[in-house]
Design a protein. Structure first.
Length: 89
């Protein structure tokens, strides 16, 4: 079977779920200590520049303080870039 003929089942988009998630994210961001989160994101960046550093403890603390996955991923993307899979043909 050709790869072009493969059916891929995708999760249906639910606008109501999207709206609720955005509202929840905005509430979290409105109620977090922004200065503390930004300071911790700087710490994450500093630690990520050290290949031997364990990033899990600071990442867990960031989530507890209200940092979003977007905040964390964007910080790390600034150091490591974006992974692009190179398909083998």
């Amino acid at each position: 079977q050709d790869e072009e003929d493969v059916e891929i089942e995708t999760h249906p988009h639910d606008p109501e779920t999207e709206r609720r998630q955005i509202e929840r994210l905005n509430r979290v961001k409105d109620n977090r200590d922004e200065k503390k989160v930004q300071d911790m994101l700087r710490q994450l960046k500093e630690q990520a520049e050290d290949e031997s550093a364990n990033l899990m403890p600071i990442t867990i603390e960031l989530v507890k303080e209200g940092a979003s996955m977007g905040d964390i991923v964007e910080t790390l993307k600034g150091i490591w870039g974006t992974y692009r899979e190179k398909p083998v043909i």
